[in-house]
Design a binder for this molecule. Structure first.
Ligand SMILES: Nc1nc2c(c(=O)[nH]1)N[C@H]1C(S)=C(S)[C@@H](COP(=O)(O)OP(=O)(O)OC[C@H]3O[C@@H](n4cnc5c(N)ncnc54)[C@H](O)[C@@H]3O)O[C@H]1N2
Ligand code: MOO
Length: 331
């Protein structure tokens, strides 16, 4: 049997039950459901219904193998939503996935693309690897028609289940102890005031991590190395080395980190600002060489990688290489 969708003029529809949400748009003031699915039409609704362009309403009977848009949207959202995500109730046929707490959003773009290949299924997400806050909407699902074939939803469900882990999830941030080694003879000798410390302190604090200490190393390679080692020995989960990242002969940070015996993932990142960033691992602890721009630019390559490190991910060479495309922010 095929579903039936019978059209009834609003003035004839008193006592009938709405089959879907009806949207009102008042530009600049309101966009949302004016009447909800399940609402029983009353005479006093006529004027409003006609003013939002609804001369007819629909009486719907679903056949076997068919789903109401709300149920279809709910099933897509359930199929893709992983840990630390909650679903909202459908509204205007749309279900939202909301972060339960702050963390790093992971989205499997390949499966999102495959799901959107399914005719008239919609899964719209934020981009992967961004930090999200508690209560933030990270994705939404819906289908375009009011009545949707169940076999297409089953196709969506197969795609969602056919990969490693969920399509979407939020990884919690770990609370790290962070050591800061500040290079530069101008800081060491007190010629200028250090401006890295406060910036780093604030960024880490906003993620719930703490700076366990900051030491000054001048431009002395041996001192930079011993201070990094000392932080690692004292249990640092991350060491940030500030300044001295450019090509000047007395900029010693990259050389100091490399000759520690650290595994250097990259010195140089195709994102601006932050192209002189260095990422290395020493005894499994991430060591980041931070360029001067971190002091004055609100969003650099450091801000892109920090949330991933806080979520416990190890940065790989390919993560860095891929940053160039779309990586020009400001410089
Ligand atoms: N010839 C080239 N020049 C530069 C290149 C390049 O590839 N070739 N890259 C540019 C980019 S991009 C950046 S970013 C900077 C990297 O600078 P550094 O990280 O080496 O920073 P410094 O040279 O040590 O200092 C630059 C500037 O910032 C002041 N500074 C440093 N540390 C602190 C601190 N803790 N508190 C306050 N101020 C600090 C320092 O005194 C300098 O004035 O290189 C570009 N140049
Ligand atoms: O590391 Mo540099 O900003 O690209 O500012």
């Amino acid at each position: 049997m095929k579903s039936s969708l019978r059209e009834v003029h609003v003035t004839e529809a008193v006592g009938m039950v709405l089959a879907h949400d009806l949207t009102q748009v008042v530009p600049g003031r309101f966009k949302g459901p004016r009447f909800r699915k399940g609402h029983v039409i009353r005479e006093e609704d006529f004027e409003t219904l006609l003013s939002i362009g609804k001369e007819h309403i629909y009486v719907m009977e679903l056949a076997a193998g068919e789903l109401h848009e709300n149920d279809a949207a709910r099933r897509i959202a359930r199929a893709v939503g992983g840990p630390r995500l909650t679903l909202t109730a459908p509204s205007e046929g749309k279900v939202q996935l909301v972060a339960d707490g702050e963390g790093l959003l992971k989205v499997d773009a390949t499966r999102v693309h495959a799901i959107n290949e399914v005719e008239q299924a919609v899964l719209s997400t934020l981009k992967t690897d961004i930090p999200v806050k508690e209560g933030e909407v990270v994705a939404a699902s819906r289908v375009i028609p009011l009545i949707y074939p169940v076999e297409r939803i089953e196709q969506v469900e197969r795609i969602a289940a056919g990969g490693k882990g969920p399509v979407l999830e939020v990884l919690p941030f770990r609370r790290l102890k962070v050591g800061v080694v500040t290079t530069g003879s101008e800081i060491y000798h007190g010629r200028i005031r250090d401006r890295f410390g406060p910036v780093i302190q604030e960024k880490l604090q906003s993620f719930g991590s703490t700076v366990m200490g900051q030491t000054l190393a001048g431009d002395d390679k041996g001192l930079i190395q011993s201070q990094i080692r000392a932080f690692v020995d004292r249990g640092a989960d991350l060491v940030l080395v500030t300044g001295g990242m450019s090509v000047d002969p007395d900029d010693r940070t990259p050389g100091a980190i490399a000759s520690l015996g650290a595994e250097v993932i990259s010195y140089g990142t195709p994102m601006l600002p932050g192209s002189m960033l260095m990422i290395a691992y020493y005894r499994e602890i991430p060591i980041l060489g931070l360029p001067g721009c971190v002091i004055h630019d609100a969003y650099t390559s450091f801000d892109l990688f920090l949330p991933r490190i806080l979520a416990g991910e190890k940065v790989k060479r390919e993560d860095i290489v891929r940053l160039g495309y779309g990586g020009l922010h400001s410089c």
